[in-house]
Each structure stands twice: as structure tokens, then as C-alpha cells.
Design a protein around this ligand. Structure first.
Ligand code: AMP
Ligand code: ZN
Length: 113
């Protein structure tokens, strides 16, 4: 059994504020939000990093992005949003289970730090 924070959230062993769930995906509020809307969207399957994605996961990744768009709409984000995958230490990936950050609800600066 992989000792993974987000797998534990999927299993309900660690509580989260869910905003969406289906058979394959879960979306929940980030515990340390960096914007008025900050949601993490994850596949339930444990995949550690974007760099470990494989060809047969293309559809899953596409669905993840479409889901992020639907959640942005559901959250009534106006004027745009940002989607981010952090990959590896230099990008600040703290949790080794793929997660797509959805940020919105304020003007976001560019480039990020
Ligand atoms: P990253 O730095 O890209 O790996 O992002 C990990 C994110 O997970 C951070 O934004 C954290 O605030 C968030 N996080 C950590 N623990 C929890 C938790 N228990 N529930 C919700 N979000 C969490
Ligand atoms: Zn995991």
C-alpha cells in the first residue's frame, strides 16, 4: 500500500472538502488556498508525477482538464482561471500524486514565482 496523502483523501481516511467526485476523479478544496478559488483535481488512480504519465493515460488527462473547466464554471469563476501541474522538486511538487491546481477568483500575476 502506497503511503500517499491524496490516496488517503480518496479513501476517506483523511477528510477533505469535496466539490466533485465520480468513479475516476476527485476534486477538493486546497487546505492552504492561494486564491479565492483553489481546488485540486486528481485522478483516483495513484500516478506520482506528470513525467510518469504514459500514452494509455492520454484520455484520462484530457478528461481531467475538461473536468477542471466544468468545475471553474460551477464555481462561478469570472474573468479567467489558471490550471497548474507542479512536477518535481524545483516546481515545488509537495504531494507525489498528480493533481491539477485550479486557481481563480482574483487577478493572478505572471510569471508565478
Ligand atoms: P503541490 O505543491 O503542487 O504538490 O501542491 C500540493 C497542494 O496540496 C498544496 O497546495 C497544499 O496546500 C495542498 N494540501 C496539502 N495537504 C492537503 C489536504 N490535507 N487537503 C487539501 N489540500 C492539501
Ligand atoms: Zn496517491
Amino acid at each position: 500500500m502506497i503511503d500517499c496523502l491524496f490516496c488517503k483523501i480518496v479513501e476517506g481516511e483523511i477528510p477533505s472538502e469535496k466539490v466533485y467526485e465520480d468513479e475516476h476523479f476527485l476534486a477538493f478544496k486546497d487546505i492552504n488556498p492561494k486564491a479565492p478559488v483553489h481546488i485540486l483535481i486528481i485522478p483516483k488512480e495513484h500516478i506520482s508525477r506528470v513525467e510518469n504519465l504514459e500514452e494509455n493515460q492520454v484520455e484520462m488527462v484530457g478528461r481531467l482538464i475538461l473536468l477542471a473547466k466544468d468545475i471553474a464554471h460551477q464555481q462561478r469563476i469570472k474573468n479567467g482561471f489558471r490550471l497548474i501541474f507542479n512536477n518535481g522538486p524545483d516546481a515545488g511538487q509537495a504531494v507525489e500524486h498528480i493533481h491539477l491546481h485550479l486557481l481563480g477568483g482574483r487577478k493572478l500575476t505572471w510569471p508565478p514565482g
